[in-house]
Design a protein around this ligand. Structure first.
Ligand SMILES: Cc1cc2nc3c(=O)[nH]c(=O)nc-3n(C[C@H](O)[C@H](O)[C@H](O)COP(=O)(O)OP(=O)(O)OC[C@H]3O[C@@H](n4cnc5c(N)ncnc54)[C@H](O)[C@@H]3O)c2cc1C
Length: 488
């Protein structure tokens, strides 16, 4: 007990003097994942709930707000808290309980998707929803209610969370599930860290019978074919994702390729214990057995302009078309986390970084709206450099981005010259999205304005969320740059 007290005191002293003065040694410059915005914050890396509580007291004493940060993979300012306190949650990363028979797992919030799948796969389980990078944490994923390439079928990650513990700024810990404190359950998931801190998350995982997926790739000659393909295959595919050549024009507008994948049923893999072994999941560190993947971004950089990317896109599309439809078996990790195998690929965008604009649009209006969006970007001389097309379904979470429709994730390079032009373009795109009944996604956002958030969420939803925040965080201790930009 004495020992415990002593280490707690030491940890408090490390954080600040008793006057609540924050020590400058904690001041760090923190960047949005896309690198287009960064800010200085007092960063702390707690490992226990006691420390979390101490830090909340410290914040109150020092008159600063607290922002939460998981893996820092949100493209914009969702995990930044300029000139205030930022809690990096990655050291709270213990697996608390695991039942390999039922597939139920209880995790601390800093456990990453990478840590999770590597822990459970050899027992025959896989996370039911994963993001395009495995560097995300469970806390960050729950706070944004992330989706995967199976969003149309599995829904967002919140649909697989059984319960979580949420620490409020008062230090009180609340257990939330669909039965207990259900209003908080449906608001904190997707509540971008504004209602409390997830200190544990319990999830149901997905049973798998192989370490491999059956994957099929095909090109699509235009946007209409892309939509038709998705509509034809969603009922028969466990995952589908499309890539669009945003430079294609005229009758080829929206051309691209599609990857779809299915789990292998029981018995389809003759050596599942081998394919599920971790060493058989990863891609080799070298491309073509020669070039280290870690330097690929250096070769990509000269092509990160309109001419270079249009040439790459054309070559990628034509190679896919000439090669024809392909069928292959691919490890789960290689299928889901391809981008992780090109370390630092975002550096190819240059020092200004990138932002992503990802609208979600109902299926009835998405065909016309996506065509308008692609054409508008071209007219403004700013086709985006990476465009990903996904199908989604609605869900029950208060601040959801999900709907029965499609999303188009578009990466825009930011330079001094382009920054204002991209912001102006985003305003024009917002008009198209709102007119089509669309929604936006905080994890990817850098440009949303309060009036646009109000238009798509509705005043009633915003009022409900703010009332819940007032009840759980009466002193408005939990804040981020995103919260201040869009909601205050
Ligand atoms: C290459 C790449 C691919 C991606 N692919 C996808 C994709 O396929 N699907 C998708 O949905 N998203 C995707 N994303 C976005 C990413 O999944 C989300 O931004 C996710 O929230 C990031 O998790 P994180 O741990 O990095 O959280 P951060 O970005 O650090 O934080 C996200 C939010 O969570 C809050 N938060 C963090 N920890 C806690 C906690 N313990 N309690 C309460 N709140 C907390 C933060 O305040 C912040 O609001 C991708 C991002 C990248 C960079």
């Amino acid at each position: 007990m004495i020992e415990e007290q002593t280490s707690k005191d030491i940890s408090q002293n490390r954080h600040a003097s008793s006057s609540g003065q924050l020590s400058l040694e904690h001041l760090e410059v923190v960047s949005a994942w896309g690198g287009a915005s960064r800010s200085a914050s007092y960063v702390f890396r707690p490992t226990t709930e006691d420390q979390l509580h101490d830090l909340m007291l410290l914040a109150a004493k020092s008159g600063r707000s607290i922002g939460l940060r998981g893996g820092g993979n949100s493209y914009g300012d969702a995990a930044l808290n300029s000139e205030n306190i930022l809690l990096d949650m990655r050291r709270m990363n213990r697996i608390l309980e695991w039942n390999p028979v039922s597939g139920v797992i209880k995790l601390e919030p800093g456990v990453t998707i990478s840590q999770l799948w590597q822990y459970v796969l050899e027992d025959g389980w896989w996370p039911p929803v994963v993001t395009g990078t495995s560097m995300t944490t469970i806390g960050g994923c729950a706070a944004m209610n992330v989706h995967g390439k199976n969003a149309y079928q599995a829904g967002p990650i919140g649909d697989h969370i059984l319960e979580f513990e949420l620490m409020l700024p008062s230090g009180e810990s609340i257990l939330c599930s669909r039965e207990e404190n259900s209003d908080l359950f449906f608001a904190a998931i997707g509540g971008f860290g504004m209602l409390g801190i997830f200190t544990s998350v319990t999830m149901q995982l997905k049973r798998v019978y192989s370490g491999l997926l059956d994957v099929q790739t095909e090109t699509q000659p235009d946007l209409a074919s892309m939509f038709d393909y998705f509509e034809a295959y969603v009922d028969y595919s466990d995952y589908i994702v499309g890539w669009i050549d945003s430079f294609s024009k005229g009758s080829a507008l929206g051309r691209g390729d599609v990857h779809r994948a299915n789990y292998l049923g029981s018995g389809a893999d003759l050596a599942p214990s081998q394919t599920m072994r971790l060493e058989n999941q990863h891609l080799t560190p070298n491309m073509f057995n020669v070039m280290p993947r870690s330097i690929i971004w250096i070769f990509m950089r000269p092509f990160m302009n309109n001419l270079g990317t249009s040439l790459i896109n054309m070559a990628k599309y034509q190679a896919g078309r000439l090669g024809g439809s392909k069928q292959l078996r691919q490890p789960h990790a290689a299928f889901h986390f391809l981008l992780d195998y090109v370390p630092d690929w975002k550096n190819s965008y240059g020092p200004g970084g990138l932002i992503q604009y990802q609208p979600f649009i109902p299926k009835e209006t998405a065909r016309d709206a996506f065509a308008d969006i692609l054409r508008l970007c071209q007219r403004r001389g700013m086709p985006n450099y990476l465009t990903v097309f996904k199908r989604h379904r609605p869900d029950d979470f208060l601040m959801t981005h999900g709907l029965d429709g499609y999303s188009l994730a578009m990466d825009f390079r930011i330079t001094d010259e382009r920054r204002r032009r991209v912001a102006a373009l985003a305003r024009e795109l917002d008009e198209i999205v709102l007119a089509a009944g669309g929604r936006f996604y905080f994890a990817k956002d850098s440009t949303l304005r309060p009036e646009v958030a109000q238009a798509y969420l509705g005043q009633e939803t915003i009022d409900q969320f703010k009332a819940m925040k007032k009840r759980n965080d009466p002193d408005n201790l939990l804040q981020t740059d995103l919260w201040r930009r869009v909601f205050t």
